[in-house]
Design a protein around this ligand. Structure first.
Ligand code: BTN
Length: 275
């Protein structure tokens, strides 16, 4: 995509990290920002930084990504000047079994930030999608490096459609995707959104480490859109059909199958079968 094409897609200006930092009140995240006009993927770059010893809370942000990645090998559309693509390096003091709670914690901060800006319900589709009126607005890609005893680092990568108009989206995602500008009818000040999101992440992550996920679970549940709904869950080697019941204390999705058995899902793709 040429720069003039991209300006037409986004119609906005580049990120101002100085403006983002202004008034940012955080304890753990955002001590160091790495900003790029273009990267293959902020997650890939953050991973390289983490492997080379980068500290907790360092943030990688890109104006555009050439190989933005979603879950399950999917592609994340990442045109410049319109949206948010960033990754945070975390070094949590948590046992590896609890690392998935970090995605859920990030989803709480993301859903609450989105809801604040759009004043409409922001629904979490387990484990990591944020939907509004059934359309995808944001996603989280969490990648961790662990051994049997400890988590070395976790990369939390977040993509949010902010000023991306549906008319500018590629045909194949237009029917399923939305953006903040599309929902509110006006363009958003991107730095205000990211500042609030980083502060939310900082607080939620602090609560996770200091108190535990049980404290955050009701906030996650408040945004969970599938409770009691029939879903199909596609696992690597199996498909489960049943009712989504919520999450357990480790953040696994609980699905009640037709014959009453409860299945615990740690990783998979959830497809709602009713709205
Ligand atoms: C999903 O919904 O499948 C997850 C999408 C995550 C996209 C973000 S954009 C910033 C970070 N870098 C990536 O390559 N992916 C994540």
């Amino acid at each position: 995509m040429s720069v003039s094409d991209s300006l037409q897609v986004g119609g906005g200006t580049a990120w101002s990290i100085d403006e983002l930092r202004r008034g940012l009140t955080v304890k753990r995240l955002g001590g160091n920002f790495h900003y790029f006009a273009e990267l293959d993927s902020t997650n890939t770059y953050a991973r390289q930084l983490a492997e080379n010893g980068a500290g907790e809370g360092e943030i990688v942000i890109a104006e555009a990504q050439t190989q933005g990645r979603g879950r399950l090998g999917r592609r994340w559309q990442s045109p410049p000047f319109a949206n948010l693509y960033f990754s945070v390096i975390l070094r949590p003091e948590l046992p590896p079994a609890q690392a998935p709670q970090i995605t859920l914690t990030a989803a709480v901060a993301l859903a609450e930030t989105v809801a604040w800006f759009i004043a409409q319900p922001a629904v979490i589709k387990w484990p990591n999608d944020i939907l509004v009126h059934g359309k995808k607005l944001a996603g989280i890609l969490t990648e961790a490096s662990c051994d049997a005893e400890r988590v070395h680092y976790v990369i939390v990568g977040i993509g949010v459609n902010l000023n991306y108009r549906v008319a500018a989206m590629p045909e194949e995602i237009r029917a399923q995707a939305t953006s903040i500008a599309e929902l509110t009818g006006k363009s958003l000040h991107r730095e205000s959104f990211l500042r609030r999101l980083i502060q939310g992440l900082d607080r939620c992550y602090g609560e996770l480490e200091e108190i535990g996920f049980a404290q955050l679970a009701p906030r996650w549940e408040a945004h969970f859109g599938l409770r009691g709904k029939r879903v199909r869950v596609e696992l690597l080697d199996q498909i489960i059909v049943g009712r989504a019941m919520g999450i357990d204390k480790d953040g696994a999705l609980l699905v009640e199958e037709e014959h009453g058995a409860i299945k615990r899902v740690i990783a998979g793709d959830v497809i709602p079968l009713e709205s």
